[in-house]
Design a protein around this ligand. Structure first.
Ligand code: HQG
Length: 190
């Protein structure tokens, strides 16, 4: 019999909800680096949908492999989200030396606010930055049809004491970024 089709995008969305935002709804507790035992996530997911009743670790591995972005990481029987967290207790991350420049895509209206108060994590634990303009553009398109790209002088900011952390290959995180390290496009709404 053919294996029933597994909707990896939906599975990933629910896994992200559990691992980034509301783990308690799945009876999960993140450790201080965001890990949970894979078996615990699997039992929570199996109970979510009849199609997931026989879900196994290999399905989560396939979900990660099939994803457009590397959002989750499996390691030695544990799984975690690599970025995006909004849970109250801030995850422990090792600061790392960022690339010279990082980008942030957002709406023109929000860019005006960022010019006044810098990049703030808002609903998440960290500010999210992209390594290239194409990724930042994509992130920004979630917020506006014509997003603006902000250029963050990450190396200079790091040298002045702003902490940066690696998310995945394309995403870097920061606690916050003061406006003095951000270059704004010339034309922003008034
Ligand atoms: C804005 C997705 C007012 C910021 C993406 C952004 C990303 C401010 C919004 C990841 C501000 C937060 C995160 C300030 C920043 N005043 N607004 N001072 N500073 N903002 O969605 O970076 O697909 O929480 O510009 O690809 O858009 O889920 O963050 O618009 O990597 O894996 O506050 O989420 O990844 O919005 O996206 P978000 P984000 P996934």
């Amino acid at each position: 019999m053919n294996k029933p089709y597994l909707d990896y995008v939906f599975l990933s969305r629910i896994a992200s909800h559990a691992l980034r935002h509301e783990p308690w709804l799945y009876e999960l507790e993140l450790d201080d680096e965001g890990w949970v035992p894979v078996e615990e996530l699997l039992s929570a997911l199996r109970a979510e949908k009849p199609e997931w009743s026989a879900l196994k670790e290999a399905d989560l591995a396939a979900m990660i492999a099939n994803s457009d972005k590397k959002r989750h990481e499996l390691h030695e029987g544990k799984i975690r989200a690599l970025y995006g967290h909004s849970v109250q207790d801030k995850l422990l991350k090792q600061p790392a030396e960022p690339p010279a420049v990082l980008y942030h895509g957002t709406s023109p209206e929000t860019a005006v606010l960022i010019r006044a108060s810098g990049l703030q994590p808002m609903g998440r634990q960290y500010v999210h930055l992209s390594v290239d303009t194409a990724t930042a553009e994509q992130v920004g398109r979630r917020k506006a049809r014509a997003p603006v790209l902000l250029e963050v002088q990450a190396k200079v900011a790091a040298a002045s004491g702003v902490a940066f952390y690696r998310g995945n290959d394309l995403v870097w995180l920061a606690d916050q970024v003061p406006a003095q390290f951000i270059e704004f496009p010339g034309r922003l709404p008034r």
